[in-house]
Design a protein around this ligand. Sequence first.
Ligand code: SDX
Length: 393
Amino acid sequence: ETGTVTVDPGFMNTASCESTITYIDGNQGVLLYRGYPIDQLAEHSSFLEVAYLLTHGELPQHQQLAGWIERIERHTHLHDNFKALIGAFPTNAHPMAVLSSAVSALPGYYPESVDPFDPATVELATVLLLAKAPTIAAYAHRRALGQNMIGPERGLGYIADFLRMSFQPTAQHYDVDPVMAKALDVLLLLHADHEQNCSTSTVRIVGSAHANLYASVSAGINALSGPLHGGANEAVLRMLTEIQADGGDATAFMNKVKNKEAGVRLMGFGHRVYKNYDPRAAIVKQQADRVLRALGKRDEMLDIALRLEEIALHDDYFIERKLYPNVDFYTGLIYKAMGFPTRMFTPLFAVGRMPGWIAQWREMMLDPATKIGRPRQIYTGPTTRDYTPVHER
Ligand code: SDX
């Protein structure tokens, strides 16, 4: 409330960088984007407005916001060859592999947006990446279904057109449900940045070698695909499906977790930083209830998820380890209710995280003090020894 943030000196020894973008207090469950609390942004802002805030540092004025949205919506289309590029993937290719490959290919099609040191070029790359990420994700989704890819249309709005590109049956009209569009807007906003998480640190360290924005973000997409990170939302749905198939006994499952049976983990729980309820998870949980009710879908898996949370919040095993729901615990239920297959959950996380990756890369690249990332190690291998010829070993 006083506007000051105190940092434990010991913390500075482990910090990888200084940043002005996102602040997390893991013990209090606080998340601020450029100083604005996440719950206020989720209630009053939009994904594209938050993308402007993260990448430019301030909330846009009316004209700035209108111009920003217009520029992004003008660039959602992809070069025709992109359909061939994405179409070359087998339908069983994971959409995250398609997304990271496609983002890596963008510099070839938009070379005028590659120079990492020209502010105008960086701004163009920012707009192009935000604009094209949903189109690539929708293409990857339809490719995986063996459906033909449907390009963007102007006038519907960024989020609604993403849903249309994903779900419109070929050669038929498709009305986007406004409840779904609003819920997806909030979910993407909630994922927009999260300071130095695994994938963002990857984007920074790749960019510190002066790699361009697309190459850096493509590396971040691959980091995010890991089940301990962004892949967790996909793993949560697999976990809930298994519990449901075993008769829906949440207590029996939690006993397996506590007994650490075959490495069974409560996916969607726990966090490297939050040792309290992830503030995003609370908002997602409200959205899950709203979306499922609006779509008239009472999902048994939501009931199982709520039972798992109820057990975890009252069981010493989880309390002692400070294991609370994280952002991934409820998101998959909403994506599933929207009609996305489980494999699209992490690409949706990636589309949401795009503004954060871009903002963090820009902050680093535009800082003249930035040096190439070079983590050190604690060597625990053999001490110096002499080579022995193979016949003497
Ligand atoms: C994201 O960094 C970010 O900001 C990430 C993210 C973002 O927005 O970018 O917030 C997104 O990645 C969220 C996290 C999504 N991942 C999951 O939901 C996967 C399940 N969670 C875990 O694997 C785990 O909680 C981590 C990896 C997220 C965090 O692990 P930690 O803090 O390194 O904890 P740990 O692995 O050292 O475990 C500490 C103890 C252990 O028990 P003991 O050995 O002490 O007996 O807690 C236990 C662990 O076994 N534990 C869990 C658990 N997570 C930790 N036990 C059961 N289920 C879990 N999920």
